[in-house]
Design a protein around this ligand. Structure first.
Ligand code: NDP
Length: 299
């Protein structure tokens, strides 16, 4: 059987597709660029789901932390529609399909929880609409809703992901050089939480969601042991055998990235993966020290 992966060419998508192939699944990627085992968003809309699609996953999204792109109205529109519209179009393709897949797995962010130094958020916590990212997450999650008929056959699982830590992309790729040069350190006073997950755990949660009957609804895609930005900086600095003492003031990030976008780094929320654990998922990287050692070292 085969898995259809929107955005399968990306940082998370590449790791997921490799893991799926090594488990014996066929993988078809939906991409804006043509290539082998790929289809375009347009193809999928006109031709519908490929035959024998066991599950549909959507990981597409214009990279928010692409610092070469200014935070303009146009860029924000791309950030929004590359997530919400792709998810909506996959939901309607599933609704139209005669043979339904067994699972539809989508991503959302912990940005739906309001940054707070004390509050502990689980999947049951209420999400607000208090800024750009929280509104994006709400619409992104709603875009995944299926018709009642599809719901009878296809489980919808939405993973609210924290910062994804992996060598080949995302935050670690951007921080590698400054930390290597001994210029790493916390952001602001470092007291803000930094919800994180190792890339292998995130892709394993996606596979767990595809393969486990009864897993449905929201899962927090974060490690079981939350850490603060300061704890992360120390762990990453230690793993790289570098000091990580130079703080990066929040106002600098606000100035360079735009305050609306910088909040992802300058503020944070304490998120617990309560449902993820209760569905029987076993993490490989539970604490930030072991994750950082694995990201830097050989294992
Ligand atoms: P990437 O930045 O690697 O992008 C994923 C894919 O999205 C790309 O390979 C690209 O596929 C597609 N894409 C990019 N821009 C557009 C666009 N304008 N329209 C349509 N498709 C587009 O993302 P990640 O792998 O890092 O993340 C995957 C998902 O997880 C994203 O939705 C992201 O928001 C979410 N997430 C990621 C986190 C992280 O720390 N990385 C944290 C929380 C959530 P192609 O070029 O082949 O079309």
């Amino acid at each position: 059987s085969s898995i259809l992966v929107g955005g399968g060419t990306g940082f998370v998508g590449t790791t997921l597709c490799n893991a799926l192939r090594s488990k014996g699944y066929g993988v078809t990627i939906i991409s804006r660029m043509p290539g082998p085992h790929r289809v375009s968003w347009c193809d999928i809309q006109t031709k519908g789901l490929p035959k024998n699609t066991k599950a549909v996953v959507n990981l597409a999204g214009q990279n928010v932390m692409d610092f070469t792109r200014r935070w303009t109205a146009g860029f924000k529109q791309n950030v929004y529609s590359s997530r919400v519209n792709t998810t909506k179009s996959l939901a309607s393709i599933i609704d139209e399909a005669n043979e339904k897949p067994t699972a539809f797995v989508t991503i959302s962010g912990v940005g739906c929880y309001k940054p707070d130094k004390q509050k502990e958020y689980t999947e049951e916590s209420v999400c607000g609409e208090f800024d750009f990212f929280s509104k994006l997450c709400k619409d992104w999650e709603e875009a995944a809703h299926l018709s009642d008929l599809s719901n009878r056959y296809c489980r919808v699982v939405t993973i609210r992901s924290g910062v994804v830590l992996g060598r080949e992309g995302g935050m670690i790729k951007q921080l590698h050089l400054p930390f290597y040069l001994g210029l790493g350190g916390p952001v602001g006073n470092g007291e803000q939480y930094m919800p994180w997950i190792h890339i292998e755990d995130l892709t394993n949660i996606i596979i767990h969601a595809i393969e486990t009957p009864n897993v449905e609804g929201i899962l927090n895609g974060v490690a079981p042991k939350p850490c603060t930005n300061m704890e992360f900086s120390k762990a990453f600095g230690n793993a790289m055998r570098r000091p990580a003492l130079l703080p990066l003031p929040s106002f600098v990030l606000n100035m360079l990235l735009n305050k609306e976008r910088a909040v992802m780094i300058t503020e944070g929320q304490k998120v617990i993966p309560k449902r993820t654990i209760s569905t029987g998922f076993n993490y490989k990287y539970g604490d930030i020290q072991s994750a950082c050692r694995a990201l830097v070292g050989g294992n």
